[in-house]
Write a protein that binds this ligand. Sequence first.
Ligand SMILES: *[C@@H]1O[C@H](CO)[C@@H](O)[C@H](O)[C@H]1NC(C)=O
Length: 158
Amino acid sequence: MNNFCKNFAFFILIQAITITPLIVSSSSDPDQGHHVDNTRRSLLFKTWRVHVVNYMSNRKTLLVHCKSKDDDLGIHNLSVGVEFSWKFRPRIFGETLFWCYMAYDNLHATFEVFRDDPYIFAKCDYGDCDWIARDNGIFLKDISSNQDEIRYDWVQGQ
Ligand SMILES: *[C@@H]1O[C@H](CO)[C@@H](O)[C@H](O)[C@H]1NC(C)=O
């Protein structure tokens, strides 16, 4: 863990201990997870979901193999239009990290799909991370604006 992660984990822990009772007792609607006031509660108690979808041309099959330190989510061969997703709760102690290997034809990519990172929290809008595999690369959707942008290129070889 780098220093940022340590500090961040410590920050979350302190917030959990000091702030959580206040938030829980003052909030009655569990679905209002998008307000700034509820951000920390969302991080700790929300169930996150990562989606991977095959949006490639010409009926190309996408091989997806995602993992964390604790879980191997298995190999999934996705037809065009098919999504693979899973849900999890972030770890309170230590970092939460999932990464995926994806491949089609003679191209592949390996990259992180979820980590304790403000960039990811914002893109995923504190709930859903939407990764889209296209012919020209792998895109991450910004859930709030519904726009997606390229994040990773395909690399030659398996
Ligand atoms: C997925 O495709 C790969 C490569 O084509 C194949 O080796 C593997 O057995 C397939 N796995 C499943 C679970 O279908």
